[in-house]
Design a protein around this ligand. Structure first.
Ligand code: B12
Length: 467
């Protein structure tokens, strides 16, 4: 079979920050399929090809990634591929939880739910007439106008058994993100998360059991991306890299023992850092330079509401430990929870300044399908213009705070955090790079009065699914 795997262009928010990362998910699926099939990956976020003019008719199967901010673009690509005769398969965090929406579009033949490697392989084997449909796992489809779902695939228990992502099918040189001036690439070393925070889909999507690759297996891949592509900087994009501190320590000690000059980033939690400062010290000695932490809020009330199982005190202590070890931090904060007052949001802004991470991201609370939050607020959505589910637009009809005020508080948060002379200087190159585009976005929003009630950008009705 000739199979095309498609990564739609990233939405507005990350494009303006110059962040583009290789679609590891598609590269994993390709690594499993390519033994018996011709597989190509196209990433419309970085490659010059225009998705509206791509030759989908060259392929028997077109597989498309769909997370929420890109769901509507993914459906447009599906319609084109379908019209050119390909069998269309969709997968990823949005389609998995909104399979009926995708199938009802009439442009998608199958949705592969959750982890896609072996479900997709079973579907392709069925489409190649190798196995009966009864053996296909983790797939949704339409029959007699109704959505049908084959039994779920089991989560892959032994992640070391998975082949490494098919990076040779990716135009890696077009991903120009850097870490401390070094070209960087991404790896993922674990799946699943036991915490099930209200706004996050990781636990629902990849399970509450944390499944991890061994230190040895990870180092093999780090060595490979260095030897084959010259990378000396990697970002581990696991939702929770340090859930088992012992593994992080073992990996770090092996990097130190090998004398590798590699720098890296990983996501972690404040409670793990506070309980295991030794782990942070060892990771830092092994090249750990950046972390992304979901601090989320400056009020314990909101934190507990999200089910974060973390305290403000731990956040303060964790920042101290990371600073002692010269680990830079991007802190993620959320504004606009149901019941959250303006004063509480301002407490979050003040707390962000008190923690003073190198960078901060202030997202408006966004209900992603599959999350507990989505189930809680799905009857009070302002709209289902999925492209706006990027954290930069109001999506929930809050009792006390209007969408207009929410946008203004978000702008105030960024100004107040980055407007401090020290912080501005610290991030000058970063601000220099993104500010022109961010301010253009905000100016166009303010000028077009789009701060009024959940102002929808121009673009016709078909760009949104009715609330
Ligand atoms: C790296 C990453 C990014 C990167 C790159 C995004 C990209 N994918 O190109 C950047 C930094 C740009 C980013 C940005 C954002 N992200 Co992000 N990101 C991730 C992260 C941490 C890792 C993705 C990854 O590589 N996973 C590992 C691979 C193996 O898994 P995978 O990609 O999910 O692929 C598997 C399955 O999904 C499935 N699959 C995927 N595609 C397809 C296609 C087919 C045909 C098939 C059959 C199967 C299939 O099979 C794959 C193999 O098992 C995930 C969390 C996570 N753990 O996945 C969040 C995640 C995808 N991001 C998320 C969000 C919300 C965002 C932002 C909106 C955040 C924000 N507020 O700004 C922005 C949106 C940017 C945009 N799309 O416009 C959410 C998505 C939720 C949703 N319903 O959309 C996630 C799930 C985090 C979370 N826990 O909620 N992100």
């Amino acid at each position: 079979m000739d199979i095309l795997l498609v990564n739609p262009p990233v939405g507005f928010s990350y494009g303006i920050l110059g962040i583009s990362r290789p679609p590891l998910g598609l590269a994993y699926i390709a690594s499993v399929l390519r033994e018996h099939h011709n597989v190509r990956i196209v990433d419309f976020g970085v490659e010059t090809d225009d998705w509206s003019r791509y030759p989908y008719s060259d392929f028997n199967i077109v597989g498309i990634s769909s997370d929420t901010t890109r769901a509507l673009t993914a459906l447009k690509i599906a319609a084109l591929a379908k019209s050119q005769g390909a069998t269309v398969v969709m997968g990823g965090p949005h389609a998995s939880f909104m399979d009926e929406e995708a199938l009802a579009s009439g442009s998608v033949d199958y949705v592969v739910r959750n982890e896609g490697e072996y479900s997709m392989l079973s579907l392709v084997r069925f489409l190649s007439k190798e196995i009966p449909f009864e053996e296909v796992r983790g797939v949704s489809y339409f029959a007699d106008g109704k959505v049908r779902r084959t039994p779920d695939s089991e989560f892959i228990g032994d992640l070391d058994s998975l082949p490494f992502p098919a990076r040779n099918l990716l135009a890696l040189s077009t991903y120009r993100e850097k870490m401390n001036g070094r070209p960087m690439t991404t790896l993922v070393t674990s799946r699943g998360c036991p915490f099930d925070c209200e706004f996050c889909s990781a636990s629902q999507f990849s399970g509450i059991a944390w499944r991890a690759r061994s230190a040895g297996n990870i180092l093999e891949e780090v060595e490979l991306v260095h030897k084959e592509y010259g990378y000396t900087a990697v970002s581990f994009v696991d939702d929770n890299f340090t859930l088992r501190p012992g593994r992080a320590i073992e990996l770090s000690e092996q990097i130190i023992a090998r004398g590798w000059d590699v720098i890296w980033a990983a996501m972690t939690r404040v409670d793990t850092i506070v309980k295991h400062p030794d782990m942070v010290r060892t990771m830092a000695r092994a090249g750990f330079r950046w972390t992304f932490i979901g601090f989320e809020s400056g009020t314990q009330e909101a934190l507990d509401g999200y089910g974060k199982q973390a305290t403000l005190n731990d956040a303060l202590k964790a920042m101290e430990i990371l600073e002692e070890n010269n680990v830079e931090v991007t802190g993620a904060f959320i504004l606009g929870a149901p019941g959250e007052t303006r004063a509480m949001m301002r407490e979050t802004i003040d707390f962000a300044k008190r923690l003073d991470p190198r960078r901060a991201q202030f997202s408006l609370l966004t209900p992603y399908p599959g999350t507990r939050l989505y189930e809680n607020v799905k009857n009070r959505l302002l709209h289902k213009t999925w492209g706006l589910y990027s954290g930069l637009h109001p999506t929930i009809d809050l009792d006390d705070v209007t969408p207009d005020e929410l946008r203004k508080i978000q702008i105030e948060a960024y100004w107040s955090f980055y407007g401090r002379p020290g912080k501005a200087m610290e991030n000058m190159s970063y601000i220099w790079r993104v500010f022109p585009r961010v301010s253009k976005h905000w100016a166009s929003m303010l000028l077009s009065g789009r701060t009024k009630i959940f102002s929808m950008p121009p673009g016709d009705a078909k760009d949104r699914v009715e609330a």
